[in-house]
Design a protein around this ligand. Sequence first.
Ligand SMILES: [Zn+2]
Length: 318
Amino acid sequence: MTDSELLVVGVDVGGTNIEVGLVDAQHRVQARAKGATPVDGPEAVLTAIGELVAALGAEPLSVGVGIPGVVHDGQVLTVPNLSGWHDPFDLVGELTGRLGLPVTLGNDADVGLLGEWLAGSAVGARDVLGLWMGTGVGGSLILDGRPYHGVRGAAGEIGHVVVQAGGALCTCGRRGCAEAYAGRRSMQGVASAMVEAGWQTSLFEIQEQEHKPKLTSSVWARALEAGDELAGKLFDTAVESLGVAVGSAVNLLDLDTVIVGGGLAEKLGQPLADRIAGAAAPWMLQPSPDLQFTVSALGDDAGVVGAAVLSRAALLAG
Ligand SMILES: [Zn+2]
């Protein structure tokens, strides 16, 4: 058996979609499957993962899963952006039982950054912040050349760094977090409220045209491209808020690399990373002259490739 036949499956559970890929030892995605993320709780999500893995029609050695929540010891403690997840859930135990394969679990932002670090934009970097713009704002860290998870796996939550004390209500229940201004779910809430207050925008028409259940990254990208005033205004606020959070993170950690990923980064590319760099600059005290802001190289595949890497590493560790 050659290296490239040592296939593992990476699963990226997002707030909107679940993406599954069959990944070889060179981190290449050989086959993929995708479906909408069920909104009725963990059992439905497990069923969807099982169906997508089966749809790959392969015999993988193991499965790695990235999920947008706090993960500790194979348990999902909380998943703020998925409906129906209330209590801690033994995802590794349940999914191993269903698939009959070894399963490894990580936070989606952590596995995404792992993918970028081993096979994408952050190869060779030592101190890295991964910033993922999606339904929420995910974050992850590599410090001193190794992934950093903190005491309980909750480190790197750049989305819940407070950028305005007493500010807008965040999905986490606190106020003034970066995610309250830059997470797509929060931005949609503000857009709806502003439309009710009489503002004009093409955002919701584009959503209808594209048959999307919510304002997705592609909807935002189209509205921004068309010069939609409200979309531009909300997006400016999002970028400025992320700039405050990232600038503070750089002051705290003296990073060499900031990776910007997620659905919006996929659509907008390096100009988005450049805009966040510009927004962070005024807040940075003494940044490294080598500090780079780079868009994710793996794009939509970062989560799948990273989850596969996590699973492969667990296999090697036995
Ligand atoms: Zn928050």
